[in-house]
Design a protein around this ligand. Structure first.
Ligand code: PLP
Length: 393
């Protein structure tokens, strides 16, 4: 069977590939520590589960409007008001089946063949693939490690062309954990306004920021920037609800309407009970979101120093999300590996620690290590990496 051209160039998710390899080794009886996970290791808070169960018992088991339940949109609007002081109407909100599919729908609604989308690297693995699937062309611009991997206006200006349609800003970032300040966003935003480039602001890790750092949405900086921005967010990471598949977009009405129309012919609506769970997530609060944040912060503090003590490893200290993105180029060379990809492969085979190679994120000298697992396992994993490097150098 001949498959469609559009899938022939798809790169499978590197995160999922390493997770599958680690699982295979585990099934063979090996004691594998997987640090590839992209999801919080906590259960969804009970009050959210209760609300979803209640909704089903009350008979809310049918289709909902395509772009989401009005009550959920109201809860999201209230969240924007509380957290960012932003005012949206229901027509400016689209709820979809997870932020990933919301982004997919956005690119399908936005891009024509050959439209360019600026993707600062290192980037989340799905951005380039989703842009390509919509006929667009990813344009990568490298965020320098010396600037916490963040893009500057001086780097942005020269890559803009008359085909540039949008830029993706992901703060806090997966995989680097970097967080843009208000000033940095304002400066990038000014360039985007000047060149009529839409800002896609992926804020899925908004609630996970550390050491007193504050998350800023580019949309809250000025009314002009709000009009020129689509904010992407969801409950997966903040409320440990990855399996529920609820994400949303807030932005210009015409774009949101187009996304809603597209969804009406693809997903119809996000799962009804999951939407009721998300309403509870945003309208009630039992302190779990903050408790999870504090747990991540503690893990970060505990393992960061141990990680950078490994010979040949350096790491920008993350300000958010739940990943570390160390540069291990020197450690790979010290241990006789030509590439970081090889280093990761042999480390998994010999020490049974699963990291994700940075090559999939556009940063071949780095690896991604998720700290969405217990402190005990994290410390054991770092000890194993230390042992691996020490033994071979
Ligand atoms: N954006 C980023 C940067 C992510 O890391 C993820 C998940 O890994 C998503 C979006 C998608 O989140 P979800 O589809 O679970 O809402």
């Amino acid at each position: 069977m001949e498959l469609a051209k559009r899938v022939s160039t798809l790169t499978p998710s590197s995160t999922l590939a390493i997770t599958a390899k680690a699982k295979e080794l585990k099934e063979q009886g090996h004691d594998v520590i997987g640090l590839g996970a992209g999801e919080p290791d906590f259960n969804t808070p009970q009050y959210i589960i209760d609300a979803a169960v209640r909704s089903m018992e009350e008979g809310h088991t049918k289709y909902t409007p395509s772009g989401g339940l009005p009550k959920l949109k109201e809860a999201i609007i209230e969240k924007f008001k509380q957290d960012q002081g932003l005012t949206y109407t229901a027509k400016e909100i689209f709820v979809g089946t997870g932020a990933k599919h919301v982004l997919y729908t956005l690119f399908q609604a936005l891009l024509n063949e050959g439209d360019e989308v600026i993707i600062p690297s290192p980037y989340w693995v799905s951005y380039p693939e989703q842009v390509k699937l919509a006929g667009g062309e990813p344009v990568f611009v490298e965020g320098k490690e010396s600037n916490d991997f963040k893009l500057t206006p001086a780097q942005l200006e020269p890559v803009l062309t008359d085909r540039t349609k949008a830029i993706i800003i992901n703060s806090p970032s997966n995989p680097t954990g970097s967080l843009y300040t208000q000033e940095e966003l304002a400066a990038l935003g000014e360039v985007c306004l000047k060149h009529n480039v839409l800002i896609i602001s992926d804020e899925i890790y908004e609630k996970l920021v550390y050491d007193g750092a504050k998350h800023t949405s580019v949309a809250e900086i000025s009314p002009q920037l709000k009009e020129n921005t689509v904010v992407i967010n969801g409950v997966s990471k903040s409320h440990s609800m990855t399996g529920w598949r609820i994400g949303y977009a807030a932005g210009p009405e015409a774009l949101i309407q187009a996304m809603t129309n597209l969804a009406s012919h693809s997903t119809s609506n996000p799962t009804t009970s999951a939407q009721y769970g998300a309403i509870a997530a945003y309208t009630e609060d039992d302190g779990s979101v903050e408790k999870m944040r504090v747990a991540f912060e503690e893990r970060l503090h505990t393992i960061y120093d141990k990680l950078v003590a490994i010979p040949g490893v350096s790491c920008v200290k993350p300000k958010g999300a739940f990943y570390l993105f160390p540069n291990v180029e020197e450690a790979a060379a010290l241990t006789g590996h030509e590439t970081v990809d090889d280093f990761v492969k042999v480390l998994l085979e010999e020490e049974k620690v699963a990291l994700v190679p940075g090559s999939g994120f556009g940063a071949p000298d780095n690896v991604r290590l998720s700290y969405a697992t217990s402190l005990e396992l994290l410390e054991a994993a770092i000890d194993r990496i230390f042992r691996f490097v020490e033994a071979k150098r």
